[in-house]
Design a protein around this ligand. Sequence first.
Ligand SMILES: [Zn+2]
Length: 83
Amino acid sequence: MIRIIRIIFMYNNQPKKEKKCFFCSNQVEDVDYKDTRLLRGFVNFHMKILPAKRTGVCAWHQRKLSQAVKRSRIMALLSTTHQ
Ligand SMILES: [Zn+2]
């Protein structure tokens, strides 16, 4: 089984899909902490902030995003945990 996976991996020469930053492509400067609908897309089931590697958000916007999520938690707009 491992051998088959390795062979598939070896012959997979398709170019990797480049992820674009959601905020850069939509020209969003500041991430609004009141926009919970948007922020909900960048946290997982357990309300943890997703890494930039997974969402494709650039480093600058990831910093803004994490700050916005934390602000939203303090203002009780976004829940801190899943119950
Ligand atoms: Zn960006």
